[in-house]
Design a protein around this ligand. Structure first.
Ligand code: MG
Length: 216
């Protein structure tokens, strides 16, 4: 059961498309393909779940392989989601506190996908979780805050936890600075330059790197 079409059913695709987020379908399918290749090796980790759009795709793969997605997000929104910024969605503001809270929308999206038992939400910053995390993981999908500091912290915290043969997937990697921020591109370059990862796939700004079996 490792064919994409048997994993991403019409229902899963509908749930993905109905969930707010910033992952286009073609990049989402590249994420699915990367996850299918490695999900036999262990759990999948997502950094920056937002409303659960990509979580649904990873959860569908996890379900097919009898594993889980650890969906890490503080659910307070990244910089660009805050009021006054380009990707602010007022419907995600908690009226009681005035702060962004994507957790209720995330929970509803995951519940609606029927994949809830394959998702382990962790409400925290990714570096904090990584500090307690010991087990190697099959895939890390880095799609959190795009500040230099956050991207570097996500990379340094989680890249070492990718098991040999596993995948490091980075979203919003743009070769041309005119297309987007530099931080995801820099950690992508850093992963390649480390010699521990080789590029193995992807689609547009979603880049898939595989952890080499032997450290060099
Ligand atoms: Mg993204």
């Amino acid at each position: 059961m490792t064919d994409r079409s048997t994993i991403i059913t019409e229902d899963v695709r509908d749930a993905f498309l109905a969930t707010p987020g910033f992952l286009p379908e073609d990049e989402g399918m590249a994420l699915v393909d990367a996850a299918i290749e490695v999900a036999g090796l262990g759990p999948l980790v997502e950094i920056g779940s937002y409303c659960g759009r990509s979580t649904i795709l990873l959860a569908a793969v996890a379900a097919a392989f009898g594993t889980h997605v650890i969906a890490v997000d503080h659910h307070r929104g990244s910089e660009e989601h805050q009021p006054g910024w380009a990707f602010h969605d007022p419907s995600l503001v908690d009226p009681e506190t005035g702060r962004i809270d994507t957790l209720p929308v995330f929970r509803r999206a995951i519940e609606g996908s029927g994949l809830e038992e394959h998702v382990i939400p962790v409400v925290s910053s990714s570096a904090t979780v990584a500090a307690y995390w010991q087990r190697p993981v099959a895939l890390v999908f880095v799609d959190g805050s795009h500040t230099e500091e956050s991207a570097v912290l996500d990379y340094e915290s989680w890249a070492p936890l990718v098991t040999p043969g596993g995948a490091l997937v980075i979203h919003d990697v743009f070769d041309d600075p005119a297309e987007g921020g530099r931080a995801p591109f820099r950690i992508y370059r850093r992963a390649l330059d480390s010699g521990r990862f080789v590029e193995s796939g992807g689609e547009r700004s979603l880049r898939v790197l595989r952890r080499q079996a032997v450290d060099r």
